[in-house]
Design a protein around this ligand. Sequence first.
Ligand code: SAM
Length: 271
Amino acid sequence: MNPNKVLWEKGDFTRIASSMRESGEALVGTLGIVKGLKVLDLGCGDGTTAIPAATRGAEVLGVDIARNLVEAGNHRVKEMGLTNIRFEEGDASNLEGIKDDSFDLVVSIFGAMFAPKPFDVAKEMVRVTRPGGRIVMGNWIPNDPTLVAQILKISSAYTPAPPEGFVSPMTWGAEANAIERFSKAGVPEKDVSFARDTYTFIFPTPPSKLVDEFQSYYGPTMNAFAAAEQSGRTSQLRKELDALFESQNRSAKKGETAIPATYLRVTVAVN
Ligand SMILES: C[S@@+](CC[C@H](N)C(=O)[O-])C[C@H]1O[C@@H](n2cnc3c(N)ncnc32)[C@H](O)[C@@H]1O
């Protein structure tokens, strides 16, 4: 049993992803996608970025560890009648079955950061990108004051210490780590660049309803609530998350939610 797979199949990330579509679309609009570009989206979920890449004409493969999300992605593209995209199960730390130099662009937005063995992840991303191609990662930033880093920080205070050797996904949000991981994969530091950008979670109901979605469907938050229940601290955790979502809500529309979150965009030129 792969605990990483279990974590993401436990919930239903499509429920959260529905609040991320606008930012996914906007991000893909900046990637210079042209017709026929070969794109791999790693940790693609149900296609928040993979599908906009395909609607711009790219040939897209979405890879995700969670079977339910792969099914959801394939269902979405079938409904949309898109034939230049498919989703399949796979692990970002071992892309066996994908040949070297297969893609012009490898995208991973809050995806590969969650895979264990970050050095293997960097190596695999570089291996499957053709010389002259690019890798673009979106990574949440450790200790950032905005939403996702804070959810993970609050949650970690309720969950037992991770097993020995566990590398936090948030380490991908520190520039020095990304440089070290890609340089071990053969990419010089000068070919790794960084920018801070914003993803906005938009939801048609009040912030507390979005907390409900995280509590019921987002694997890491579900685990935090399971642990909080064991220690009799469920309502304390819920209170902390309600306060966080409420304080970060920037929607001008009453009863709706728009929460911006900062992430680190990592761009790697592969040569
Ligand atoms: C926060 S979600 C983001 C999904 C999608 N990129 C998006 O922006 O909506 C993280 C995704 O990474 C996937 N994931 C986690 N570990 C993975 C791994 N080792 N290999 C591939 N995908 C993985 C999860 O199943 C999940 O779909």
